[in-house]
Design a protein around this ligand. Structure first.
Ligand SMILES: Cc1ccc2cc(C(N)=O)cc(O)c2n1
Length: 327
């Protein structure tokens, strides 16, 4: 009956909104007990009337049955890794090459911290999350959809974007899955208590949790997602002019994006940003291994294109390795 269908939809939306506030904005809007009550109400309703269950229901985030192996996914466009710069001189060379190719005096860059996680691709069809894959070798990744559905900061369905109220027909969102430092410490405490091996760093913990064949285990690991771009998008609504507006669009779709992101002009501002973020690195809630600079104008990115596997329009400026032991 329509009354029940409406009640189920209202519960789903309320729970997803609370998930968004809690897991994406880190700003809970209701006490946990209240949230649990809503969640139980929806579970009971769905148990009594299974026809009310939808694939994007928050009750479907629970781990599904374990897989034997991960199906392979061919990325529609390759997920290339970024070229690295370790010294300021290399960043200056990057900026000089960009200015010479574009024949401009100064370049506007979109900048953000480089999360030390693992890159994933998320596909949304008519606003519903349908498929998620690891980067793999950049061309072929693993289908880890069931595990990604357990990541609360990944929306299971999209609302409208910046202007229109209907989500794009097809949208590929790319970003990093990571584990916050605090959740990493908590997990390793649990591992110790269970006499199980501890993880060496948050990146390994995130990779191990995401590439876990049993989603019932992944759902117990607190993973987080931050979007950094769009792979493919079909709608007019998807910004095509600036990287910074692509990020605004993703934020409007309730994807978490780096709070520290910014837009700067010229190479001196890049180095200043790198220093500023480097100074705050220890107190950030997540591990980062550098900063990412991208030419902000997307037409200019097209002009610069890619060299071999890495884009010419972007570079990751890395910090010295943090701990002696690497992963
Ligand atoms: C194009 C590209 C590729 C890998 C990336 C990786 C990160 C990252 N690890 O935060 C951020 C980005 O903006 C990236 N952008």
């Amino acid at each position: 009956p329509d009354r029940l269908r409406r009640q189920a939809r209202n519960l789903r939306n309320a729970i997803e909104l609370h998930n968004y506030n809690y897991f994406a904005l880190d700003a809970p809007t209701i006490p946990d007990a209240e949230y649990d009550k809503l969640f139980r109400e929806l579970q009971e309703l769905e148990q009594r009337y299974p026809q009310l269950i939808t694939p994007d229901s928050p009750t479907r985030r629970m781990g599904a049955a374990p897989l034997k192996e991960f199906p392979k996914i061919v990325h529609r466009t390759p997920m290339l890794s970024l070229g690295n710069a370790f010294e300021a001189a290399e960043v200056e060379a990057f900026d000089r090459r960009v200015r010479q190719t574009l024949r401009v005096e100064s370049v506007e860059y979109a900048v953000e911290p480089k999360f030390d996680g693992l890159a994933v691709s998320l596909w949304y069809e008519n606003g519903i999350f349908t498929t998620g894959a690891t980067r793999g070798d950049g061309y072929i990744g693993e289908d880890v959809t069931l595990n990604l559905r357990t990541v609360k900061s990944i929306p299971l369905h999209l609302h409208g974007g910046l202007s229109s109220d209907s989500p794009p027909a097809l949208l590929e969102v790319r970003g990093e899955v990571l584990m916050l430092k605090a959740d990493f410490e908590k997990l390793n405490r649990q591992q110790r208590e269970r006499n199980e091996r501890e993880f060496i760093n948050p990146r390994n913990a995130a990779a191990g949790s995401l590439r876990q064949l049993d989603p019932g285990i992944t759902v117990t690991r607190r993973l987080t997602f931050f979007a950094y771009g769009i792979g493919a998008g079909t709608d007019g609504d998807v910004p095509r002019d600036k990287q910074s507006r692509v990020m605004d669009y993703l934020e409007s779709l309730r994807f978490p994006v780096a709070r520290e992101r910014s837009v700067v002009n010229g190479v001196a501002a890049l180095l200043e940003y790198h220093q500023e973020i480097g100074g705050r690195r220890e107190c950030l809630p997540y591990d980062i291994d550098g900063t990412v600079y991208k030419v902000n104008d997307l037409a200019q990115q097209e002009q610069l294109g890619f060299v071999s596997r890495a884009p010419r329009f972007a570079v990751a400026h890395k910090f010295p390795a943090q701990e002696a032991v690497t992963e």
